[in-house]
Write a protein that binds this ligand. Sequence first.
Ligand code: UN1
Length: 511
Amino acid sequence: MSVQSTLSSVIGPDSPPRTDGGGQYLSKNPANLDDVVAEVELGTPETLASAAEQAQRAQREWAQLPAPVRGRVIAGLGRLVESNKESLARLVTREIGKPYTEALGEVQEIIDTCDFFLGEGRRLYGQTVPSEMPDKQLFTFRVPVGVAAIITAGNFPVAVPSWYLVPALLCGNAVVWKPAEYAAGAARAVAEMAWKAGVPKGVLNLVYADGEATFEGLERALEAGTVNKVGFTGSSAVGKRVGELCGRHLQNPCLELGGKNPMVVAADADLDLAVEGALFSGWGTAGQRCTSLGNLIVHRDIHEEFVNRLDNALRAATVGDPGGDVLYGPMLDQKFADNFDSILGTLQPHHRTLGSDSVGRISESAPRKGFQGDPASGLFYHPVLVDGMRTDDHIFGNETFGPIVGVTTYETLDEAIELGNAPGYGLSAAVYTTDPSTAFRFRQGIGAGMVSVNNSTSGAEAHLPFGGNGKSGNGGRLSGMWVLDQFTRWQSLNWDFSGKLQKAQMDVDTV
Ligand code: UN1
């Protein structure tokens, strides 16, 4: 499988003509900025609006295919990805700098998602419901929403889009997919495989556009009634804008937003396990998962011991070339590196920074022991562990999306839960403890959509409900059977075979 170096802004059967220039975007390898992975022609608002019209035309025929037949197409996509697993993972590594082993895991996630939904084509259950009157039967059916506009981030350029695209298509919807520009090549590869597996081009439309063109195009499509559902994964700030826009058009989008995911380490925890979990979810993927560990909340009695162990583990961790055996590689792209610089700018004199001898970009003048590759060629940063974090610090209350984690301490479990909930996000949370009652009480009190016991905040399995509360989302859940409620609407059927007009509530014998 090869990725073309130049990708046009809409890829479909009769691509709409461009109305004004959206400009070019170069998707670069963040571990080697001289390596251009894809050159993208960005679309305009008109591009997105026309793609939605095209999707609306194509959707009717797609919805008429029996669901098990659509399930076969999804099965084909899964097998196609499976037979291209290594090359797709290599592309992910090259385009966004994700370590290769993680990239393989990410590709496995789309395969798992296809495996789950190929069977859903033979279920998509509705219900039979008893009527309050004789000779009458009530039923419910799941019907597709129509056209789904899916806007995805690029930190999981394959897995996260699949959580939307696969169920949306299976349920009989058409899709307009606007991936992150900095993951344009991976998006193209996934779309190509879906088309090859039998998804008609008009049913899956891939659109590249920058943020403002996307908002304008989406607004036009919502006004025209050509988009019936919006799915968005990205920051909480942009999610609010998407929510406002959809709300004005009476739509309830599926918003999967940021996280400030807490990990509580109880006094009775297995500290080796907790250090390993913190390392993976705090600094793995350079902290660029929505499920990445945000705040470490450590029991006072073990705080010093735990911080020392974690500091040592971080200093021993390998960073660098994502093709090698590293804990993490570069930032996703320049925008994320700039954001991380500004996060580092909020550190205060009361913070004790551990994990590395320097803070900031890894370079010749600020080297890192054991760094793999050439630090000057990419967007590599030192890991930071911040001890002495206070609750009014910027890093306590805000998602950082970088290799930094702050530590604070607690004495009672209630206090730990309060600290975990304080930032107002609610995506993922973890507790390390050997006491089941601590685990259960934590699960009850924490406001996260996903809770782990003795496992890290990241790495959710692909068939459990995925999603958050508060600033992390509007309560919708992706994955498994729960996502069906995002891409179908319930239709009821009221069938009277009595041969007379029976009136609900009035013709009912209640005696
Ligand atoms: C994300 O960062 O948007 O649970 C998703 C995890 C991954 C998905 C993360 N399976 O960490």
